[in-house]
Design a binder for this molecule. Structure first.
Ligand code: ZN
Ligand code: ZN
Ligand code: ZN
Length: 1005
């Protein structure tokens, strides 16, 4: 047992049980369990009582699949906001939501049930939809929790909750009773495959080939009334369309009132059977029309303004119908003929023109897309050839009819961008249907009682909201200003029924608030299923009469509400109604300064931000939020959208399982979310590398805190060594910045600043130069305790500052921090550090003062590196640094005196520092650029401007003898027992550590 006691063993090396290897995929689930068992979310709510409130109201993701990276980004950002607000001293509850109704789920369930669905009662189908949605609510919940997102996951809001559904219906009744709702025929996007109206948001554009035809419409009114030059002549106009199936619905031809039109005498056919006809077309398009219609020659007979053509009449090319000449400013001069075929049942512009000219918008294309003839315009025994054909099949038949009648001037195929259904991806049509609408021009009153319209009030409310980034404001303003009336009905079953009774006689709804309340109660009690299962007489009071016609027969409306209406009323069903949120939200509505944030992808300006604004403005006269932030898209490294076919997707769940949920979080923090963001396996691995560095920094900090007891060992700020004070000032500066960036949602700046601090300030500098003090000084020495006091404050502050982002790791570090009585059980229950608690002074002046030291340090490091390159030294401790400053009466750098030699020695990590003051010219001669001219110049200026910066830094071999313990070259070394070459500083430290000089090979005490 007689081994020589080792001098090395007397060093105080870092030690911590905090593991170097994170094992995130294994350890994160354990921490999640711990958070669950300590009921962390409930504890946070308790802790928040009495604090000012902050409400991030969650936009519900659609519950029909596992989460993708966009979801992870969305929930990650929200989690940063909620956690940082909580740690900044707010009560910030977070109730996540799920959007559950609607077509995508109903279609999936349809596919699954197949023909069985037809025999199933409605409640059973609804139950199947509910189960389908719940399956994905559960899956997404577990996935969001896996990446460390806090929230009330045990009781999220779901748009299919009974209470939510009842609230949605109640909100609809609010619109109905306040006069916003009307039923009308209106063209809507219609999918003939899914047999449903589609919202704008449910339409996507793709290429589609359509027939492009030029059709002759013969003038039946007096041509002389248009222009005298045409008197007595046979005149026609030409329309151009890519939807021949809409021609049976053609009721008008629209001209631009301000365009110039010409009457062309056009020659067609070859020399043997030449023919001339007169056509009216826009002057600017005449040449192109002549080419497309193969006119061999044209001659302009007359020229006139489009306004001349109003109320002209034409013969429909194959129906017994007179076509009206109308004016419209949407007519363009870049395609077609300037004469626009107008079918009010099949186009939005056409519809509004029809309203102005009192045209009948009745639609004769049925829900499955079959075309039917208007009996009033067909005086033949046999139906026309297109009768009963699907729109696409009707096209060639109608083109053949046009040709037969000599009305077809040209026909070709056109490949163009065309609206398609977002679900079945088949082309959609515009079709006028009976729908329920919310009228954008409904008269409303402002808070001050003045009159305005719903649309205008919504626009005014947008102005009171903070839009981040700012372009969102203009975007949503334009959308609200130009949007058509809101079509809120859908012809499906998986959604909240428009629970209204319609009079069989006059087709008007019963609007009876008492009846409406009773149906809301019924939904609350029995669910939406009750609308299908309860007989009318059990809901309607006996003897109910129509207020309009006195009718007594009623039918139940079978349409359901648009899902955007569902989610758009979440402020009402959740924020205003949930026991945990309603007081906070009430405060916001009373303008008590509470912030209500909506944070979603940029496409929600036409989605959830939009529908929520409309419902809240209509029912409460104000926007439902005062702050809206939007995120860009997640793309691959080449800027392409992620897709299965490209195989460039990044699955956040897979990343969490392989690299850790923390890595997903770190990636979210690394991107500037307001722009489009790149993600890839590569970038995730880079985040994992950054993570390892951060973790090692924490480990090193913790290791150096071994044995430190804050209450016992802390040094007062005034007594700290200058370098330690400098680091506290840096930490305070970092803290101030980070707190500001959390408040401004600038998470990527936090990510960069924390990384830079960990790598540049800590690893490459402070922790490196501290090694001498930390390892060789006695643990009880003031110098070492000064460093530990600062390391403790840095670690404490850093742990709290990163907790919203690195939620798992910060909480793990928290467990290993030196124990402090009464500290919170989790970092997430703690608050952000107070900058003045880290360092009491304003750091700016001190940091400024230190800038020069770092400039000199940079020069010294260059000299040391040069010595190393010349193989004159190995470690920097083998050298001494000499600073030569000019002798002057104007003062010196603040650190350039004998008081600061030890500090300089430490930050330069050398054995010795020497400061000499000599004649300026002597220094100048030593500088590489110090030629005689320069010296004369300097000399000439001497005495006029103090040249404080005339200096020279030199690295020299250290004098003295290498201490066997601290490896510094010291002027005095001596034996310490059997240990040879121990410097005075080390032997004093050993005495202070009560290590007596060992006299034999027995271990030292
Ligand atoms: Zn479809
Ligand atoms: Zn009636
Ligand atoms: Zn020593």
């Amino acid at each position: 047992m007689s081994s020589a006691p080792e001098l090395k063993a007397t060093l105080t090396l870092p030690y911590t049980a905090f593991p170097m290897k994170a094992n995130l995929p294994q350890n994160e689930p354990l921490r999640l369990k711990r958070w669950a068992s300590m009921r962390l979310y409930e504890e946070l709510r308790k802790a928040g009582q009495g604090r000012p409130a902050y409400l991030l109201h969650d936009g519900p993701p659609y519950a029909n699949g596992p989460i993708h990276l966009g979801h992870a980004l969305n929930k990650g950002l929200k989690d940063f906001v909620v956690k940082s607000k909580t740690m900044a001293g707010y009560d910030a509850p977070y109730v996540p939501g799920f959007d559950c109704h609607g077509l995508p789920i109903e279609i999936k369930v349809d596919e699954h049930l197949g023909r069985k669905k037809l025999e199933m009662p409605v409640p059973d189908v609804l139950e199947a939809c509910r189960a389908y949605a719940q399956k994905f609510v559960d899956l997404q919940t577990s996935q969001f929790e896996r990446i460390g997102c806090f929230g009330r996951w045990s009781k999220p809001y779901k748009t299919m909750d009974r209470a939510y559904e009842a609230h949605t219906l109640e909100a609809f009744y609010g619109f109905l009773e306040k006069g916003f709702v009307f039923r009308g025929l209106k063209p809507v996007y219609w999918c003939i495959h899914d047999r449903t109206a589609l919202a704008e948001a449910e339409v996507e554009y793709a290429m589609h080939t359509s027939p492009s035809v030029y059709v002759r419409y013969q003038l039946t009114s007096d041509p002389g009334a248009i222009d005298p030059a045409l008197a007595g002549k046979q005149v026609s106009t030409i329309i151009w369309t890519t939807t021949p199936w809409t021609l049976p619905a053609s009721l008008a031809v629209a001209f631009h009132p301000d365009f110039e039109y010409v009457a062309l005498e056009a020659t067609t056919g070859d020399s043997c059977c030449e023919q001339t006809s007169i056509y009216i077309v826009a002057a600017d398009l005449a040449a192109q029309v002549a080419v497309d219609c193969k006119f061999s020659a044209t001659k302009e007979l007359a020229r006139f303004k489009g306004s001349q053509l109003e109320h002209t009449t034409y013969q429909h090319p194959f129906l017994d119908r007179s076509i009206l000449g109308v004016l419209a400013t949407y007519v363009t001069a870049d395609t077609g003929t300037g004469a626009v075929h107008t079918a009010p049942a099949h186009g939005m512009d056409d519809f509004y023109t029809g309203v102005r000219y009192n045209l009948d918008p009745t639609c004769r294309v049925d829900a499955t897309g079959h075309v039917h003839v208007d009996p009033a315009a067909w005086n033949h025994a046999a139906p026309p050839a297109f009768e009963g054909l699907k729109v696409w099949a009707a096209n060639p038949v109608i083109i053949a009819m046009l040709e037969e009648r000599g009305a077809l001037l040209a026909s070709a195929d056109l490949n163009h961008s065309y609206p398609h259904c977002w679900r079945c991806h088949k082309p959609v049509i515009y079709r006028a249907t009976e729908q329920w609408f919310i009228g954008m021009e409904t008269p409303v009153k402002r808070a001050d009682g003045s009159e305005t319209t719903f649309r205008q009030l919504a626009v005014e409310e947008i102005d009171k909201v903070i839009w981040d980034p700012a372009w969102g404001k203009e975007r949503i303003t334009n959308m609200i200003a130009t949007r058509p009336d809101w079509c809120i009905s859908r012809q499906r079953i998986w959604g909240v029924p428009i629970a209204v009774f319609m009079c069989e006689k006059c087709n008007k709804p019963i609007i009876d608030p008492a009846l409406n309340r009773s149906i809301v109660d019924r939904f609350q009690r029995e669910g939406i299923e009750s609308w299908a299962t309860t007989p009318t007489e059990d809901i309607l009071p006996a003897g109910a009469k129509c207020a309009h016609c006195g009718g007594t027969e009623f039918r139940k409306e079978t349409d359901i509400l648009d899902v955007w209406f569902d989610s758009g009323t979440s402020w009402y069903a959740v924020a205003e109604s949930d026991p945990e949120l309603k007081e906070i939200y009430k405060g916001f509505q009373q303008n008590n300064g509470t912030e209500v944030l909506y944070l979603e992808g940029g496409d929600q300006h036409r989605g959830w931000f939009h529908s929520s604004l409309l419902t809240s403005v209509a029912l409460r006269g104000r926007a439902p939020y005062n702050h809206v932030a939007t995120a860009g898209w997640t793309l691959d490294e080449q800027g392409r959208a992620m897709s299965k076919s490209l195989g460039n997707g990044v699955d956040p769940v897979d990343i969490a399982n392989r690299l850790g949920g923390e890595i997903v979080r770190l990636w979210v923090a690394s991107v500037d979310f307001r722009e489009d963001m790149a993600a890839s396996e590569n970038l995730m691995k880079r985040c994992a590398d950054i993570y390892r560095k951060l973790r090692n920094t924490f480990r090193f900090l913790l290791g150096n805190l071994n044995g430190f007891e804050p209450l016992r060992d802390q040094i007062a700020e005034a007594d700290l060594l200058p370098l330690d004070r400098y680091m506290l000032a840096r930490t305070r500066e970092l803290t101030e910045n980070v707190l500001g960036w959390y408040a401004a949602f600038e998470f990527h700046r936090i990510y960069h600043a924390i990384n830079d601090f960990a790598v540049i300030d800590l690893s490459n500098f402070y922790l490196d130069v501290l090694k001498d003090r930390m390892y060789t000084f006695a643990p009880t020495s003031k110098e070492r305790l000064s460093a530990q006091t600062v390391l403790w404050k840095i670690t404490e502050a850093l742990t709290r500052l990163v907790a919203p982002i690195l939620s798992f790791t910060a909480d793990e570090v928290w467990d290993y921090l030196p124990k402090v009585e009464g500290r919170e059980a989790s970092v997430h229950l703690a608050q952000f550090p107070k900058p003045e608690g880290i360092f009491s002074e304003d750091p700016a002046a001190l940091l400024k003062k230190w800038e020069t030291i770092f400039e000199f340090r940079k020069e010294a490091l260059v000299e040391i590196e040069a010595m190393r390159q010349r193989k004159e030294i190995g470690k920097s401790l083998e050298c001494k640094i000499r600073f030569l400053f000019r002798k002057s009466s104007e003062g010196t750098h603040w650190f350039a005196d004998s008081k600061h030699l030890l500090m300089l020695k430490e930050i330069l990590n050398v054995s010795e520092v020497e400061i000499l003051y000599i004649d300026q010219n002597e220094i100048l001669k030593m500088l590489p650029h110090g030629n005689d001219d320069d010296i004369k110049l300097w000399a000439a200026n001497d005495g006029i401007e103090p040249q404080l910066d005339v200096h020279k830094v030199t690295a020299l071999p250290a004098s003295g003898t290498k201490c066997a313990r601290c490896w510094n070259y010291m002027p005095e070394v001596a034996d310490y027992g059997i240990w040879q070459n121990v410097c005075t500083r080390c032997s004093e430290a050993l005495h202070e550590m009560h290590i007596d000089p060992p006299q034999s090979t027995e271990a030292a005490q």
